[in-house]
Design a protein around this ligand. Structure first.
Ligand SMILES: *Cc1c(COP(=O)(O)O)cnc(C)c1O
Length: 567
C-alpha cells in the first residue's frame, strides 16, 4: 500500500499507548498520558527515529465537555472521521474475545514534523460488518464503558496491535509500553516465542520468557496501587480463555486479580517512572524490581506560542530540534522582547476567553492559570479553601484566575470539583474574576500555558507522577507556583524558575493552603507589582533557560533511545 512502504524498510520501535494526542482536533486523548505519547511521536519525527505508534482509533473520542448554568459537566460524544485524516490499512487480523474471533483492522496516520520527518501511527479499529454489533463498538470510546469493555479494548490494543504490526510487515526491534494498558502484548509475544510443544511440557519452560523480557520496555505513570488497571480472573478467563496457561498468567500478572502493571513489570527488562520521585515511589510499591527514572518532557514547537517561537527563531535558531539551545535564552533575549512576546500570548488568551466565555480579562492584571484533569488528587479547589483570605490578598494585589479541565464521566468527585469551582467563581464575582474555559483540549492548553502569568499546581504528594503542563508553561517563559511533587521537585529553583508551595515531604500536604496564600501574598504578587519589570522577566527567562532547555521531549527521547531501546 502506498504510504506504508516508506516505513517498512528498517526495523522500528513499536510504541503502544491507549491514547495518543495527534492533533487538537483529533480527540483520541484524554489528558497528560496521551499528550506525552503525541509529544513522543512528534519528537521521533523531528529526530527521524524509527518508531511506529500503535493506539485505538477511538471513533467517538473521549468526550466533548459542556457546563450548564449550575456548573455541572455534561458529556457528548466527540466523533471524528478517520477517513479524512488517515489511510485504511488493507490487512485485518483477529483477536480472541469470549470464544469469538473479533476482526481488527486499522488506519495509518502519518505524523509530519514541521521540518520534514514522518512517523507512522496505527489506529486499531473493530468497526467492521464481520463483527457482532457490540464488538464493532469496542474501539469507539476512549476509557468508556465498564470493566469488561476496557479489558476487551486492551485485548485489541495489546494482542491485536502486535498481530497487526506483523500482518502489515513491520519488523519490530523493541516494544515500548506507555502505561500498563497494552501489557497483554507481552502474552502475544510469549506465544510467538513459544518452543515447539512436542518435547517440552506446557508451562513456563515452553516459552522463551527471557527473550520476551529483552524485547519489552515499560513506562509506569501511576504512583498508587489502586490506580493500576486490574481485572478479575473470572472476567479474564471468560474473555481471554486459555490464550496462555492460566497458572502462568497468574504467575506473571498477580493475585487476586490480573494487574496490568505487574504483568508489564514481570515481562519487561527495562522499567521506568516518569520523574525521579515517581521512580522512588514505584520502587517502594514494587520491591524487587529495578525502576529507573526518565523524567518527562514536552515537545518544543508544539508547546510554544507563536510570538515566543519567533524570538527563539531569531536568537536561538535550531531550538526546535535542539532545545538545549534554550539554555542561553536568559543571556540572548532582552527583557523587553520577552515581555512583549508574553503580552502577545496573554492577549491571545484574553481574546479566547472573551469569545468562548463572554468574560473580559484585564491585560494589566496578572492571571493565575490552573488546568488539568479534574480529579481529586489534583486539588483544583485548594486555591479556594479560604475565600476571605483570597479576597483580602486580591484587595491588595489584584489578580484573575483562569481554569479548565474535564472530569472522567464516572468520576463523581471530579465532577463535583467542577461544580464547586463554578460556585467559587460566583461567590468571588466583583472581587476576583474567575473563569472556567470548557472543553479543555490541546489548543486551549497552549493558549493557557502561554497566556497566563503564573501556572499553578497543587497536587496531593506523591500522586503527581510527573505533570507536564508546568513544563509547557516554562517553554513560554511562564513560571510555576507549585507543590513540590513530580517534575517540580527537579525543576524548582526558588525565585529563579518559579516558586514552591511547601516542601516535598508528604507531611506537608495539610499545610499547603497557608503556604500557597503566603507565597502569593508575600512573594509572587509583590514581585509582579512592586519590583522593576526586569526582576519578573528574570524569572520568566529562568524558566526558559533552566527548565525549557531540559524538560523537553527531545532530551527525554534521547534518553529512551540510549538507555532503554539500545540497552
Ligand atoms: C498537558 C496536558 C495535560 C496534562 O497536564 P498535567 O499538568 O500533567 O496534568 C492534560 N490535558 C491536556 C489537554 C494537556 O495539554
Amino acid at each position: 500500500m502506498p504510504g506504508l512502504d516508506e516505513f517498512l524498510h528498517i526495523p522500528r520501535i513499536a510504541y503502544f499507548s491507549m491514547e495518543v494526542a495527534l492533533r487538537s482536533d483529533i480527540p483520541t486523548y484524554s489528558g497528560g498520558l496521551g499528550v506525552l505519547a503525541g509529544d513522543t511521536v512528534r519528537t521521533a519525527a523531528d529526530l527521524s527515529l524509527p518508531l511506529v505508534a500503535v493506539t485505538l482509533v477511538s471513533r467517538h473520542g473521549y468526550f466533548r465537555q459542556t457546563i450548564d448554568a449550575d456548573g455541572n459537566q455534561h458529556e457528548q460524544p466527540d466523533p471524528w472521521e478517520p477517513a479524512q485524516n488517515c489511510k485504511p490499512l488493507r490487512a485485518k487480523v483477529t483477536v480472541p474475545i469470549a470464544g469469538r474471533d473479533v476482526w481488527v483492522g486499522g488506519w495509518l496516520y502519518i505524523l509530519e514534523a514541521p521540518r520534514g520527518g514522518r512517523q507512522p501511527v496505527i489506529l486499531l479499529d473493530t468497526d467492521f460488518p464481520e463483527n457482532a454489533p457490540d464488538d464493532r463498538r469496542l474501539t469507539d470510546v476512549l476509557y468508556g464503558g465498564d470493566e469488561a469493555y476496557r479489558f476487551k479494548q486492551e485485548i485489541v490494543l495489546g494482542i491485536g496491535g502486535v498481530r497487526m504490526l506483523r500482518a502489515i510487515g513491520f519488523e519490530i526491534e523493541q516494544y515500548h509500553l506507555n502505561e500498563g494498558h497494552s501489557a497483554l502484548l507481552t502474552l502475544q509475544l510469549l506465544r510467538e516465542q513459544a518452543y515447539p510443544s512436542e518435547d517440552v511440557r506446557p508451562g513456563e519452560a515452553h516459552y522463551d520468557v527471557p527473550r520476551v523480557r529483552e524485547l519489552c520496555n515499560f513506562t509506569t505513570h501511576t504512583p498508587v496501587e489502586a490506580g493500576h488497571d486490574q481485572f478479575s480472573w473470572e472476567l479474564v478467563g471468560a474473555t481471554l480463555g486459555d490464550f496462555i496457561e492460566p497458572e502462568l498468567m497468574r504467575k506473571f500478572a498477580g493475585e487476586p486479580r490480573l494487574n496490568m502493571t505487574r504483568l508489564a513489570l514481570n515481562l519487561s527488562d527495562y522499567v521506568n517512572g516518569v520523574a525521579k520521585r515517581h521512580a522512588e515511589v514505584s520502587r517502594d510499591m514494587f520491591p524487587g524490581y529495578s525502576v529507573r527514572a526518565i523524567t518527562n518532557g514536552v515537545h518544543p514547537s508544539t508547546w510554544t506560542a507563536p510570538g515566543i517561537a519567533r524570538l527563539y527563531d531569531k536568537y536561538l535558531p535550531g531550538w526546535c530540534r535542539e532545545p538545549e539551545l534554550l539554555v542561553r535564552a536568559d543571556a540572548y533575549i532582552s527583557d523587553t522582547e520577552i515581555w512583549d512576546a508574553h503580552i502577545e500570548a496573554k492577549q491571545a488568551l484574553i481574546d479566547r476567553v472573551r469569545h468562548q466565555c463572554g468574560v473580559t480579562l484585564n491585560p494589566a492584571v496578572p492571571i493565575l492559570g490552573f488546568a488539568r484533569r479534574m480529579t481529586a488528587y489534583k486539588r483544583a479547589d485548594l486555591l479556594f479553601s479560604n475565600l476571605d483570605r483570597l479576597k483580602r490578598i486580591a484587595a491588595q494585589w489584584p489578580f484573575q484566575i483562569v481554569l479548565a479541565g474535564k472530569a472522567h464521566p464516572h468520576d463523581s468527585t471530579g465532577k463535583r470539583l467542577i461544580a464547586d469551582l463554578h460556585r467559587y467563581a460566583r461567590e468571588l464575582a466583583g472581587r476576583i474574576t474567575v473563569v472556567f474555559v470548557p472543553n479543555y483540549d490541546m489548543e486551549i492548553a497552549l493558549d493557557l500555558v502561554a497566556g497566563v502569568d503564573v501556572w499553578l499546581n497543587t497536587p496531593l504528594r506523591p500522586l503527581e507522577a510527573s505533570g507536564t503542563s508546568g513544563m509547557k508553561a516554562a517553554m513560554n517563559g511562564v513560571p510555576s507556583l507549585s507543590v513540590l511533587d513530580g517534575w517540580w521537585i527537579e525543576g524548582c529553583i526558588e525565585g529563579v524558575t518559579g516558586w514552591a508551595i511547601g516542601d516535598s515531604d508528604a507531611k506537608a500536604n495539610g499545610l499547603d493552603v497557608a503556604a500557597l496564600y503566603d507565597k502569593l501574598e508575600q512573594v509572587v504578587l509583590p514581585l509582579y507589582y512592586l519590583k522593576e519589570r526586569e526582576r519578573w522577566t528574570a524569572v520568566m527567562k529562568g524558566a526558559i533557560a533552566k527548565n525549557a532547555s531540559f524538560f523537553n521531549s527531545h532530551r527525554m527521547m534521547r534518553r529512551y533511545v540510549t538507555e532503554a531501546y539500545l540497552r
